[in-house]
Design a protein around this ligand. Structure first.
Ligand code: ATP
Length: 283
């Protein structure tokens, strides 16, 4: 089966910022965490996938379809949740149901209202009177109620409390019970990604620095705390990034390239992201 998403050589230039040769692949059956610091280019990439901005170069396939030439077919088969919410504040969940029914051939009202009941959301109340968590749940419920195979979400859990975040992650988990489904999820909340992401794509200053299965990433890299002398004795290829402080050095290292008796600790996604963003890069 074709990949859920393939981005090849995506370029987009703004004044003071550019996406440069962004390429990665999201296979079906996979939840991809799309991470990077503020302004790294996550939303710009997602907007290019959704054909909301004009790209300068590159090719994007969504569920095997060209995202521009076959835009209508693509829209029907993906669920989208954007950072700033998708619906007007004066609408109620009932209105959302009517609008979505017009927008999607395969809209499932019953499914949508089952979600509303599960979340205890009053279908007659206006969106502006919902809490932030409820608004996000309505957006996610809408994205999940038209038989989408791929969910594309820009920071769906940001600003939500840990209990609501967990409920939302449960929804994603349910969605992924179907093998052909996939999720692209941009997030700053690395603990959510620790729970749900199978694959991590990390973007920094408009370029993809890595795109790998999460377990491989965690197996490959570790954090070494050592002296400057020890650090300089290390093979350059063993080190991906380093930070040198007054009291010693820390380096993100390839575990298998460091002498076995050196103290290398497991790294989590947040540490890897911080090293690659703020550490002195070693290529
Ligand atoms: N329409 C635009 N015109 C000019 N610059 C833009 C435009 N949209 C985005 N940018 C710039 O592109 C850069 C990347 O922004 P983007 O929203 O893609 O980052 P992000 O990784 O999603 O960040 P965040 O995590 O803060 O949402 C930023 O410097 C932003 O100012």
């Amino acid at each position: 089966m074709e990949n859920a998403l393939e981005i090849n050589g995506l370029y987009k230039h703004y004044d003071g910022f550019a996406l440069q040769d962004v390429s990665f692949m999201l296979p079906r059956g996979v939840v991809m965490g799309f991470i990077g610091e503020n302004g790294a280019g996550k939303t710009t990439t997602i907007k290019a996938v959704l054909n909301l901005i004009r790209r300068d170069a590159g090719a994007i396939k969504v569920l095997g379809l060209d995202n521009i030439a076959e835009e209508r077919a693509v829209k029907e088969r993906i669920g989208v949740v954007l950072e700033d919410g998708c619906f007007l504040n004066t609408l109620t969940a009932r209105h959302v149901d009517v609008l979505m029914g017009k927008a999607y051939q395969s809209w499932q009202s019953e499914q949508f209202f089952r979600f509303m009941e599960r979340f205890g959301i009053d279908r007659n109340k206006k969106i502006k009177d919902y809490s932030k968590g409820m608004r996000m749940k309505v957006s996610i419920a809408a994205a999940l109620s038209h038989g989408a195979e791929l969910l594309i979400m820009d920071e769906p859990t940001s600003g939500l409390d840990p209990v609501v975040r967990d409920e939302v992650l449960d929804l994603f988990y349910d969605f992924m019970q179907e093998d052909s489904h996939a999720i692209l999820l941009s997030s700053h909340i690395t603990s959510d990604l620790d729970k749900i992401a199978d694959h991590i794509t990390f973007i920094h200053q408009g370029r993809v620095l890595l795109s790998e299965p999460r377990d491989e990433l965690l197996d490959t890299f570790g954090v070494l705390r050592c002296t400057a002398e020890q650090l300089s004795a290390l093979e350059p290829s063993a080190m991906r990034a380093k930070r040198i402080g007054a009291f010693g050095c820390e380096a993100l290292v390839r575990r298998d390239s460091v002498p076995a008796n050196w103290p290398v600790e497991a790294a989590n996604i947040e540490q890897i992201m911080l090293f690659l963003t703020r550490g002195e890069e070693q290529r």
